[in-house]
Design a protein around this ligand. Structure first.
Ligand code: B3K
Ligand code: ZN
Length: 874
């Protein structure tokens, strides 16, 4: 496969002013007719370039240019394109071709899911339906006619507004849709099927009525209310926060069961993986409810950040994704408890993005090259990209950020642009020079900020010295300094924030200051302090960096108890727990008896019994760092010692504080009917956490406690919480509960996914055997991504299962990747990702992982899997 470089970008040779499509959907094949009005791009690099259209797996039937049928000799066709050498400057091209959606297992382009037709075009799926200039900087006005059998496909949808419909011969009918907003092909969508629809409406800030429709399979119609409520909430929020209104008369969402990712922001017709849309209290957990709200918002927000203003090329992917993740994070933070959202986001960034940034697939937020663009829908482009956008807000303030957004839309509405354009809008709207900020888009790797301090009691001066560095990443041995906004506060001996006055300032201002670190090393002097402060650094996680300061354990416990910044309070506790666990890991590796330090136990107990802490925040503070996060802190990862240490700590914390956990459990029962609201959800989260600690104690009483919660639960959060706790305890109750759950939900695949995932993540010796047996279950299918993610993906993420010392986990996942590679390369590529970090393990595991990667490399691989395998072995 060849590598595509950002530096090779050239404007398209042709533009497509109008795109008219007609899809005749059939049981055997689908005929696609396209009529394109093309003209040469005045900004093109070469004036007489041939017309090259992208197309893959298409059966070409005819080509007409300005009404004249072309003979086969007048074009050149290869596996990926159709070339017409001598074309006029402006002309109409009509193409007819045939495709086979029924045979499409890659789930890109047009395919069938549960008997219905649907599409996924981002990034390059449109070319699997018809010949086209399939790149985001070609924006066109689309008119689409969908023709299908009325009985099988009563609902026919595409982007924009319906303009015509009618009945044809032979039981066929059609609907024509027109989308007035020019858009790139990746935002095209088509859906046809037997679907029920939940209808509602929304009045925009300027008073326009918008029809809202959510389409699902008829048996799911009772699971759409939460998605609809979330949509209306998101629409209102975007008006209030960014002044952005919806721009069509109708907004539709369709849920499909077979979908490679979460959801897709097609103009006016979002398509969702059903797991991110369907929810009823008995089928969806609080976490599902929260994610649905967040993803509905995310896809809706794309209407402006992605659709109205889109990407010039796929290297700019973070322009829409980083920005839209930032927007959905801000939305969730504002409609729920903000601190908990921030903690969850940072936890995920650290445990996944920091890992990616330190491995062979590390890439900047704006990658300079790729082999397969689908491999770059990564935590770096999305989550680190969102942190980069957040830093603008930290640097410019909420108002300054809004000014930048306003200017961005004013300049670029209706255009395909770059992250440079976004940066320029932010800088120009605020009269700032942000040129150094550009490096966040260009340099990969997680910067490290090392902090040193000095206190001069005589003068009351406190000096902070910050040094930055960034590790080498593939292709980038040296890095230049970043512009890093480090939010800092100073605590006095009582734990109160001190007013801050920097040298040369006349008076103190505020208690948190954003220091702009731009050099490799810089100093700040705070004056007028009466005692030596304790620094609270990178408050609210103001920059996506690792900070190191030589805190003692006592100081971390002090910050965890007192820091005015709620995020840093959690983070200090997390750092303390990480340190303690790494100590336990070292004990276990050295054959010493592990013991929980008294100081840690006291600090932990203080949080556990603190009546002033909100339940959801308390749950965050009582969760131990994940095994993956601990693994990242070690030079040579030892999955068995990590698991043993963490299990030991859980048992010790459960045993020492049993009465307190039980107290918490019994006082946090949520009464009344299930409601998804942050307060109730926080209580359930804390209560289920207490139950999982108690489960570590084993024994009959705890089994009964969990079993009775399982039997009595009237909502999925509590049902699954109990089942998860039972998974930790040996005994008849576990198998019984698993069987009951299965019997009850055997016809609801989305709920069964939870059942698959729980068993595949169990850290037990027989897990692999169990997973292999579950693959035979009639509910499992390797062709449905959700099943693969919940069973095979959960096992791949199970640190003791995947990394079993005998290599059985590696061979199993390798074999699944091989099967998936032929069926669905995108899903295969996601599964192979667990092998990328093979160099971090001991020699035995390294050899086995490497052997599996080499075996895969010898196969006939898709571009997707090849890129990851070959880069991992480099
Ligand atoms: N834009 C889509 C992702 C498409 C992934 C293509 N492989 C969903 C989203 O980020 O909103
Ligand atoms: Zn997105």
């Amino acid at each position: 496969p060849r590598t595509i470089y950002l530096k090779d970008y050239r404007p398209p040779a042709f533009l497509i002013e109008r795109t008219e499509l007609r899809f005749a959907l059939g049981e055997d094949s689908t005929q696609v007719e396209s009529r394109l009005r093309l003209r040469r791009n005045p900004a093109a690099a070469t004036p007489a370039a041939p017309l090259v259209l992208d197309g893959e797996d298409l059966e070409l039937l005819s080509v007409r240019l300005d009404g004249r049928d072309l003979a086969p000799g007048e074009w050149v066709q290869d596996a990926e394109s159709l070339t017409l050498a001598n074309v006029p400057d402006a002309f109409v091209l009509e193409i007819v071709n045939r495709i086979k959606p029924q045979e499409n297992t890659r789930l890109e382009g047009l395919y069938k899911s549960s008997g219905n037709f649907c599409t996924q075009c981002e990034a390059e799926g449109f070319r699997c339906m018809t010949y086209y200039i399939d790149r985001p900087d070609v924006m066109s006005v689309f008119t689409t006619t969908v023709v299908g059998e009325q009985a099988r496909y009563p609902v026919l949808l595409s982007n924009g507004n319906p303009v015509e419909k009618g009945v044809l011969d032979d039981g066929q009918h059609f609907v024509t849709w027109h989308d007035p907003h020019p858009k790139p092909s990746y935002l095209f969508a088509l859906v046809a099927g037997n679907l029920s629809c939940l209808e509602d409406s929304y009045k925009t800030a300027s008073g326009r009525e918008v029809a809202l429709r959510i389409y699902v399979e008829p048996h799911n119609i009772d699971k759409c209310d939460h998605a609809m409520a979330s949509l209306k909430k998101a629409m209102r929020w975007d008006e209030q926060r960014f002044g952005l209104e919806y721009d069509l008369d109708i907004f539709m969402i369709v849920a499909v069961d077979d979908f490679n990712m979460g959801a897709m922001e097609n103009k006016g017709l979002n398509v969702f993986n059903s797991k991110l849309l369907l929810a009823r209290p008995d089928t969806a957990t609080d976490l599902d409810y929260e994610r649905i709200e967040g993803v509905i918002a995310h896809e809706y927000f794309h209407n402006w950040t992605g659709n109205r203003v889109t990407c010039r090329d796929w290297f700019q992917l973070s322009l829409k994704e980083g920005l839209t993740v930032f927007r959905d994070q801000s939305f969730t933070a504002e409609v729920t408890a903000g601190t908990v959202k921030r903690i969850d986001d940072v936890r995920m960034l650290r445990s996944r993005q920091f890992v990616e940034d330190a491995g062979p697939m590390a890439h900047p937020v704006r990658p300079p090259s790729y082999m397969e663009i689908n491999n770059f829908y990564t935590v770096t482009v999305y989550e680190k990209g969102a942190e980069v956008v957040r830093m603008y807000e930290t640097l410019l303030g909420r108002e300054g950020f809004r000014r930048g957004m306003d200017l961005y839309f004013e300049r670029h509405d209706g255009h395909a642009v770059t992250t440079d354009d976004f940066l320029a809008a932010m800088a120009d709207a605020n009269g700032e020079d942000l040129s150094q900020f550009q490096r966040w888009y260009e340099q990969a790797g997680t910067p490290r900020v090392t902090v040193e301090d000095a206190w001069d009691a005589a003068s009351g001066r406190y000096t902070l010295t910050l040094r930055q560095s960034c590790p080498a990443t593939p292709g980038q041995p040296e890095k230049r300094p970043f512009l890093i906004p480090v939010a800092v506060g100073l605590l006095d001996a009582q734990g109160r924030d001190m007013p801050l006055r920097l040298a040369a300032e006349a008076q103190a201002a505020g208690t948190t200051r954003v220091l702009r670190l731009t050099e490799a090393e810089q100093q700040w002097v705070f004056e007028g302090l009466v005692e030596r402060p304790l620094p609270s650094l990178n408050r609210g996680f103001s920059a996506p960096v690792r900070v190191s300061y030589p805190y003692t354990e006592t100081q971390l416990a002090f910050l965890a108890a007192h820091d005015a910044d709620a995020f840093n309070r959690w983070d200090a506790g997390e750092q303390l727990a990480t340190r303690v666990l790494l100590g336990l890991i070292a004990d276990i590796q050295a054959g010493r008896e592990p013991a929980l330090p008294e100081r840690f136990l006291t600090a932990f107990a203080a949080v556990l019994t603190d009546a002033g802490l909100e339940a959801a925040v308390k749950a965050e503070m009582l969760m131990l760092p994940s095994e993956n996060w601990l693994a990242e802190q070690m030079d040579v990862i030892d999955p068995d010692a990590i698991h043993a240490a963490r299990s030991y700590a859980r048992r010790a914390l459960a045993g020492e504080l049993e009465a307190q956990w039980l107290g918490l459990y019994h006082t946090h029962e949520v009464s009344g009917e299930y409601r998804f609201d942050p307060r109730d959800a926080g209580r359930r989260r804390l209560r289920n956490l207490a139950l999982s600690y108690l489960a570590a104690l084993d024994g009959k009483p705890m089994r009964q406690l969990a079993a009775s919660q399982f039997e009595q639960a009237d909502n999925m959060t509590d049902s699954l919480g109990a089942l998860a706790a039972l998974m930790l305890i040996d005994g008849a109750e576990r198998e019984q509960a698993l069987a009951t759950f299965y019997d009850h939900w055997r016809n609801d695949p989305l709920v069964l996914d939870k059942w698959f995932a729980l068993q595949a993540s169990a850290q037990r010796p027989d897990t692999l055997a169990r997973v292999e047996q579950l693959m035979q279950n009639p509910a499992f299918s390797i062709r449905t991504p959700n099943r693969v993610y919940s069973l095979i993906g959960a096992f791949a993420g199970n640190p003791t299962g995947f990394h079993a010392a005998d290599g059985s986990g590696y061979r199993f996942i390798g074999a699944q990747v091989e099967t998936l590679n032929a069926l669905n390369p995108q899903v295969a590529a996601r599964m192979v990702g667990v092998f990328t970090r093979w160099r971090r393990y001991d020699a035995g595991r390294q050899a086995q992982m490497r052997a599996e990667l080499e075996r895969l490399q010898g196969l006939d691989l898709s571009r997707d899997v090849y890129e990851i395998v070959s880069k991992s072995l480099q």
